[in-house]
Structure formats: C-alpha cells, structure tokens
Write a protein that binds this ligand. Structure first.
Ligand SMILES: [Fe+2]
Length: 208
C-alpha cells in the first residue's frame, strides 16, 4: 500500500482507539468493530485502486479547513489529509440532489469498494461541507455510520453537535441531516460499517 495512505488509515485507527464513549453500547460496539477491521486491513496490506483525482467546487474550502483542523484535537489525521488529498476523488454520490449542494458538499472515499485502497469490510472517507451548507435528510439502511469532527462544526438533526474532536454514531437506517453554521467550513471523517454485500452494492439517495 502507498505509505501516505497507510499512514492516513493509521491516523484513523489512532482516533478510533482513543475515542472515549460512555453509555451507548451500540456506539461502543461500532468503535470496536471499526478498530478491529482497520487493524486487519493494515496487516493485510490491501491493493491500491486506480482513481483519477477530481475536485468539486466545495474543495476551495479544503485547505482552510485542514489548516484550522491542524490546530485541533485530530491534527494528526488533518496532516495526513494534507499529504494525501491530491489523490482524492471528490464525489457527490447522488444521482439527483438539491442544486445548492453542488457548490457546498462533496465526499471522498479513501478506503472501501470505491476507495483509493480496496476493502469491502469497511468504508473510510471524508465529507467537506461549506459554511451554511444544509445536507438534507438521508439514511443508510443496513449501514452503521460514525462521523468524527476534524475542523469547523455542524449540527445533526438540530440537536447533535459535531465539533473538532467530536464523535457521532448513527445506527443503521437512522434519518439524519446536517447543518453548518455561517463562518467556517466543516470537515468530517466518516466510517461506514456493514456486511460486504451491502457496502459493495449501496447507492445513495435522499429521502422523499
Ligand atoms: Fe450520513
């Protein structure tokens, strides 16, 4: 595996190893599962996939978001993003989506069936949202999702804040939306955990 991408996955693993979650057993189970899968993946040294790098309009916020994130609790992962981002293919994922998202949203899959590094056990990637972006209701049937706050902040479902250093767990099928306040872009890392068949065949859709 490419050394920079390997380092990036290691930084992901370090974060999941140090997350301090009280309470929710489902979130704790998710974290353990993600840790175990990342360790196995790093040991197995999976193949790189050829991906043509691609930018989206929101990428103009990437470097400012990284710079802010390097001052925060997950500076290690932000540094790794800075080193590898030229290899990222930023995508929309949806066949149709609200017009404003074309300017204010994109994600990139680093590890996964479509990742820079192949896996059908786990997906790791990043979501970049512009200031004041509203990412509408959607869910992921059969997929557990967690978000890690790297830079800026956002609010899920009007009451769950993700700030730098923050963690949010979404059980499979949970409906969620994200809002970014004015002022700063928001960079999130995410992990999707599901059965290989689900990860390989999943397609993204907005509800309604
Ligand atoms: Fe989501």
């Amino acid at each position: 595996m490419d050394q920079d991408l390997r380092h990036l996955i290691k930084e992901f693993l370090t974060i999941y190893q140090t997350l301090d979650i009280n309470g929710d057993p489902a979130a704790r189970g998710h974290i353990l599962d993600v840790q175990n899968k990342m360790s196995t993946i790093l040991n197995n040294d999976p193949p790189l996939q050829q991906k043509t790098p691609e930018q989206k309009p929101v990428c103009k916020h990437l470097n400012p978001a990284i710079d802010k994130g390097k001052e925060g609790p997950f500076a290690g992962l932000c540094n790794a993003v800075e080193k590898t981002s030229r290899k990222f293919r930023w995508e929309f994922g949806y066949s149709s989506m609200p017009g404003h998202l074309y300017e204010s949203y994109a994600y990139t899959e680093v590890l996964g069936p479509d990742g820079n590094v192949y896996s059908d056990e786990l997906i790791l990637g990043f979501v970049l949202l512009a200031p004041q972006c509203y990412y509408p209701d959607h869910n992921h049937p059969g997929i557990e999702e967690s978000y890690i706050g790297l830079s800026g902040e956002c609010i899920q479902n009007n009451d769950e804040f993700v700030k730098p250093g923050g963690f949010l767990y979404n059980y499979p099928g949970k409906m969620h939306n994200l809002k970014v306040p004015a002022g700063k872009p928001c960079l999130l890392a995410y992990a999707w955990n599901a059965e290989p068949e689900v990860l390989r065949t999943y397609s993204m859709n907005f509800s309604g």
